[in-house]
Design a protein around this ligand. Structure first.
Ligand code: WTA
Length: 685
């Protein structure tokens, strides 16, 4: 039942689709061939730019000309824009391509169906190796149109929001594109989030419909998606319909809100009139963690986001027409949005949807997939690379990786050992490794070794160079711009770019305060960075209370909120600590109420269970240390800096404790930490 049976067979339907599709976009004017036009056709008109290496500087100094040319060349418009940009960062006003109208799904589908409906758009790499499903552009358009019609018939209108709670699969992509087609916004929630976390996001986004599957399949295990959705939706009265696709044969109970999605799609028309959307109409919401207890939904809009995703996909990875692009992220994160769905599809690529895990059925899975699907660009997370390198080189060398041209890394710092292994073993030393720095907020990659002169050096573990139109600056904490090299500071971006988020859903004030007030006039990333002697950027980590567990962002305050709600807990403090595989892991210090009689082991189990239930499994503390008191300043602020030093076993680095209310607290905590490590070690033996 997955994807729609018969979709492949219905050539007549594809025929009618072909007729229904809009005319192809005008081809760009031909220019004299030179190095630059071969490299980036839309840059051919910039007379003052002589070489690809000058282009980055030009894209910053003449941003409007650069982005206007790129937007007209790369996107298909219903009507042209009249203003390239209208931005005032200090006020959080960001507008690109005003006056323009377009439809994102037409850009991702119809124009490629025109060129070649049989071209494979998606390769769904299902959990079981060797059972991949290919979906052509023609088929994906058909699925999207049927689903768009179904959503419309079920009352979803332009401006409504739809939550998608699905693992990577063709119907998830069709769901995103169907929303885009009818002008609804989507809110994809990572299918590992708990019912409570999902419910909170559905309510905050005011979704009128939810799309899910009966079950998920990952690493040979079944995941009860529909049951989680049922539990979430029970507290979301505004949800009118839950569309359920069947990933497995196992039946699930249907309630009065539920719709058998594939059954109803079959009855729908295969032509679905696309909405003409303004450049700045919202395209999607995506929740991420910040430094408060409440996750926030970043809002991305139509034209600027799509252009930025498409351009970065093409130039950062050296994508060429005909390549197979393999991003193994989940569609529930921004990486999946920009580099599984929107970037690759806007460029008419063949993009892989990876449903499994790096170690299923064995640690050769990624490379067996590369061999079988002939993947040209592989994009993954350092946490997986670190895990795989522990299994040894044989798992890689067993498979033919000669198709690979570029290797990408995303989501967290990649340490030198993992980088070298990725480069030398996976890439046989012949593929550039692009360590890409960016965020949910930035929409697409902002700092990465490429594009640049293809012969330019790439250093291990460094994101290195700004992308076109990106102007990074480092600031000191007093707000002064640091102009020299060989220096560290707060990483800001001093000019707007089309891919940046436009607001936080329902909280524009929080958007301004978080990103534009710390360094007025600049976008503040929340990360620190080092600029080397040669001017290359290296990300040094978050400057706020956000930690990064296996590439997943989580606010320490979010976890503390959950712990503090447990009846046994008086208060808690959560910090991140270095972990050899996950990058960072969660450490919780917990003060119990005096009346608690349960054993610490029981409370530990209860607390872990609560975090899993209220957030997700990845947010669970690796260690919980029970303490009598937390170190606090005289004004009552928890001194997490001190706790970090304890966990790093660096008591010498505790620094100035003069502001601490009662410095004796710390000795107890250090002793308690030693005891905890001993107990853990004994348990492991
Ligand atoms: C971190 C993921 C070091 C960073 C695309 C950022 C990185 C946060 C890198 C965003 C990198 C992302 N090197 N750190 N190459 N890429 N980060 O929103 O702290 O899930 O602020 O977006 O991940 O995480 P998000």
């Amino acid at each position: 039942m997955w994807p729609l049976p018969g979709a492949r067979a219905s050539r007549c339907l594809l025929g009618s689709l072909r007729r229904a599709a809009p005319p192809p976009p005008p081809s760009p004017p031909r220019r004299a061939k030179c190095n630059l036009t071969a490299y980036m056709p839309e840059a051919g008109g910039f007379e003052e730019v002589r070489s690809p290496s000058q282009l980055q500087r030009f894209s910053v100094s003449s941003g409007e000309r650069f982005w206007a040319a790129a937007a007209r060349h790369r996107l298909s418009w219903i009507s042209d824009f009249h203003t390239v940009q209208d931005c005032d960062l200090a006020r959080g006003r960001i507008k690109w391509f005003d006056g323009g109208k377009l439809n994102v799904s037409v850009n991702c589908l119809d124009r490629h169906v025109h060129a070649n409906p049989e071209k494979v758009a998606l390769v769904w790499e299902k959990d079981e190796p060797g059972s991949e499903v290919k979906v052509t552009y023609g088929e994906l358009l058909e699925m999207t149109c049927r689903l768009g019609n179904l959503l419309r018939r079920r009352g979803v209108k332009k401006g409504d929001n739809v939550t998608i709670y699905m693992p990577p699969c063709p119907l998830a992509v069709a769901s995103m594109l169907a929303c885009a087609r009818i002008g609804a916004t989507h809110n994809v929630v990572f299918a590992g989030f708990s019912a409570e976390a999902l419910g909170e996001r559905i309510r905050d986004a005011q979704s009128c419909a939810v799309i899910t599957a009966n079950q998920g399949v990952r690493g040979g295990r079944l995941i009860e998606l529909k049951k989680t959705v049922d539990a979430a939706v029970s507290s979301c009265p505004q949800v009118r319909n839950v569309l359920v696709a069947m990933r497995t044969e196992n039946p699930v109970e249907f309630t009065h809100k539920d719709v058998d999605m594939e059954e109803e799609m079959r009855a729908e028309e295969v032509v679905c009139e696309p909405e003409a959307m303004d450049s700045e109409d919202p395209l999607f919401l995506l929740y991420t963690s910040g430094s408060t207890g409440k996750p926030k939904a970043l809002v991305h809009t139509q034209a600027g986001y799509l252009l930025y995703a498409a351009l970065t996909h093409r130039y950062v990875f050296g994508y060429h027409d005909g390549d197979v692009f393999g991003c193994v992220a989940d569609i529930g994160w921004i990486t999946g949005h920009s580099y599984i769905v929107y970037g690759p599809l806007a460029n008419g690529s063949t993009t892989v949807l990876f449903e499994s895990t790096p170690v299923y059925p064995d640690p050769g899975r990624y490379w067996e997939t590369v061999q079988r699907l002939k993947i040209n660009q592989f994009y993954g997370a350092p946490t997986a690379i670190r895990l795989l390198l522990k299994y040894g080189d044989e798992w890689v060398q067993k498979y033919d990786r000669s198709s690979l041209k570029t290797l990408g890394s995303v989501g967290e710092p990649i340490n030198t050992e993992a980088w070298e292994w990725y480069h030398n073993v996976v890439g046989d030393g012949r593929c550039p490794v692009v360590d890409t720095w960016w965020q949910t907020e930035t929409g697409g990659i902002c700092i990465s070794p490429r594009p640049s002169d293809p012969d330019a050096e790439i250093l291990p573990g460094m994101a290195m160079r700004p992308f076109f139109g990106i102007n990074p600056v480092l600031m000191d904490m007093a707000g002064n711009k640091l102009t020299s090299n060989n220096i560290s500071g707060a990483l800001c971006i001093s000019q707007p770019w089309p891919g940046m988020a436009r607001t936080i859903h329902n909280d524009h004030q929080r958007f301004i305060e978080t990103y534009f007030q710390p360094f007025p006039g600049h976008y503040f990333t929340g990360d620190g960075a080092y600029r080397s002697e040669k001017g290359y950027y290296q990300i040094t980590g978050r400057l706020d209370d956000v930690i990064n567990v296996s590439g997943h962002r989580i606010g320490t305050a979010e976890i503390e909120d959950v712990l503090n709600q447990c009846p046994a807990v008086a208060e808690s403090a959560v910090i991140g600590f270095s972990h050899d595989i996950k990058g960072q892991a969660v450490f919780a210090f917990v003060v119990l109420k005096e009346s608690v009689e349960a054993s610490q082991a029981d409370v530990t189990r209860e607390l872990s269970g609560s975090v899993t239930k209220k957030i997700a499994k990845y947010a669970c503390p690796d260690h919980i240390q029970f303490v009598q008191r937390l170190p606090k300043t005289r004004s009552g602020k928890i001194m997490r800096r001190v706790l970090r030093k304890v966990v790093e076993r660096d008591p010498g680095g505790l620094g100035d404790l003069s502001t601490m209310e009662d410095p004796t607290v710390i000795q107890d905590i250090i002793q308690g930490h030693r005891d905890l490590l001993e107990v853990n070690q004994r348990e492991r033996q």
